[in-house]
Design a protein around this ligand. Sequence first.
Ligand code: ADP
Length: 368
Amino acid sequence: MAYLTLKGINKIYPNGFHAVHDFNLEIEKGEFIVFVGSSGCGKSTTLRMIAGLEEISKGELLINGEYANDKGPREREIAMVFQSYALYPQMSVYDNLAFGLQLQGVDEDVIDAKVKKTAKILGLTDYLDRMPRALSGGQRQRVAVGRAIIRKVGVFLMDEPLSNLDAKQRVTMRAEIAQIHRETGATTIYVTHDQVEAMTLADRIVIMKAGYIQQVGTPYELYYEPANLFVAGFIGEPPMNFIRSKVTDGCIDIAGKSYDISANLGTHKAEYEGKEVYFGFRPEAITLGAQPDAYVLNAQVELTEMLGDNTNVYVNIGNVNAILKVNPHDAPAVDSEISFSIPVSSTYLFDAETENVIPQQMRIAAQS
Ligand code: ADP
């Protein structure tokens, strides 16, 4: 049985705004789930409904199999870490960690042991006597995480916990959060707009847009098997390249060349005849030069960005812009004409109308 079940959850705010639509998800004990999507897509609203901080307008929330819609935040056995660390400024790190347990009337000896153990997990042992103002942003964030994990709860909820840290601290803290999850095995729901955080931390990602779930899957599934154009464009940096075309006699035209995709469409061939589609490929899926069993395209190089481990090459393919990722040693010169190959197995097709992926029966196409 799932530890958390969200069945047809909706949120309609008092002003009538429908922020979350029919959210369905089952979360297993110990899973690390990440809600990702652009600002305003309903991630925090969903998290706050799970926490009991926001009323559920419609639908059912089950925690450990029990109907929880009417339970108060404290009855839900949930701990939440917010964007702002919400530490008590006048209390030492030790007291910040101990406070929740003291309120529950836990024995001082037990509290002391728990504070020390939590401080050890988070590398805060040397800072227990410090006040929050004498800590770095990363250390404060660790105290905030510590306050959540010191209590034995069923679920940890984290709302953009790293957003107040600088880039370097974020990377360090991200690894620490992954480590804490491994050590505690706690069911965690983590909200972020950052796809890298989502990809690196999640067992499963829930990707949202305008209040609707777009896809639920492992980072691998979202990257390699995106359900629609939005997911394909959201996950991946630089994003997937798209070229719009129309299926005519089982072929699509890409930059002036016709490619037979009838084998890819398989049994869907008749259904897509005459329809507009997007042809998609990831920047790193290409190789420079002409290869067999591939789409071979000619392009004009407009700009290159050397990033160290790779170079992003901005190209123009017959009036469509695309980004290619290449080894810096092979980077072509700006203004040069190049050809590059996309293996047929690394291409995607999306229905331009529904924006859903077109299941490709066989990813083999012939150039005509
Ligand atoms: P996210 O966490 O993905 O950035 P939120 O869940 O905070 O998004 O917000 C989702 C949408 O609901 C946004 O359009 C936001 O403006 C709206 N919203 C949030 N809180 C309220 C509220 N109290 N009343 C009306 N609309 C709200």
